[in-house]
Design a protein around this ligand. Sequence first.
Ligand code: HEM
Length: 388
Amino acid sequence: MTQDWNPRAAEVQNNQLLAYDKMRHTCPVAYDEQLGYSIFKHADVMGILNNPDIYSNHVSTRHIAVPNGMDGPLHMAFRRINDKYFTPARMAHFEPMCRKVIRDLIQTLPRDEPIEIMGSFAKYYAIRIQNAFMGWPSSLETPLLEWIEKNRRATLKQDREEITKIAIEFDHYIHQLLNERRQAGISPTQDITTELMHDLVDLPEQHIHRVMTEEELISLLRNWTVGELSTISASAGILLKFIAEHQDEQHRLRQHFDEIPAAIEEIMRLEDPLVSNRRRTKCPVHLGGKDIPENARLTINWVSANRDESAFENALTYNPHRDQTNNLVYGAGIHNCPGAPLARLELRLLLEEFLTHTQHIQLLAPHEIENAIYPVAGYAKVQLIIRS
Ligand code: HEM
């Protein structure tokens, strides 16, 4: 089949925002062997998200993926478990601990000298919050950071064998955590990990009510971890770079903390911290002027959909007061992000704490920024100077 584009071309990798904007205008549904059909327009993405009977999430037959790789009633059964952990009450309970983790980390950053924020802050911020939320020990920090890096490299190389090997490595860490809890006979309310071990999945069509199997539990934890670590650390880089680059907006937010949540939604609409998710067609479809066969691979491009001029007026201009109904940072439809309340909490506290404990955040120099390359969004390097 004809290749419409090459997502690995240097001009795409060097500036994903610009490259996806161009694709949205020139070839809004674009085929290539690696990603299948990439979908760049907001309206086409919404058509996919609103029709889960036509566009399946069951994209891999190799592994189960709880809940993202599931469809229909099975997805609903596992999704119910997910949603219970991100209620407003849970978020309010976690807020003081989350704030402390962030504050402690900001205190360690040097003042009045250059710091590369992705390597010295963003990844630790993401992992420490995840560990605190899950009740995981700090000894897991280094292996998990190494694991994320290996996973990123293997995904970039499209090395299937390596990806499977790395997934097994993650499973091993989690097996150990679960076994420690079983041996200690810890009660279900001890932490979120033990609570998940006692949760019952309700599979109505099969008339079954049971705890999750080890495979399901590990898959769920893997998806929370991968979902959290890469998007949250990318978000930290995107947000800090933005306020360092836009001094007026930094000044305004310092005076008005209540404006921070709206500013975050808008910054992340402009620069989505997650590039894409996959689907598979259950029947032939006609999308963006293309005939797509049954069982075809699709890649939803969130970065592009969120910058689509047909969905947002002056889409490429920052406007924190705009209506965010069409914002797809956390997806939409039945697979929308269950972790969004946690992400919003973590990111609001990030900016609140940075603005409270500094007088000034500035970019070292624009050329000291390095864009991230797919599958990572945002930045690989952001050099800042913070002044207290
Ligand atoms: C800024 C941070 C985050 C962003 C931008 C983000 C974005 C998204 C998006 C766009 C989807 C929809 C995927 C699709 O339709 O295929 C999604 C789903 C999901 N996210 Fe997040 N996410 C974030 C943080 C989190 C966190 C903190 C967690 C959990 C701890 C999480 C767990 C999940 C899970 C389990 C799904 C799959 C839901 C399903 O299939 O029903 N995410 N996320």
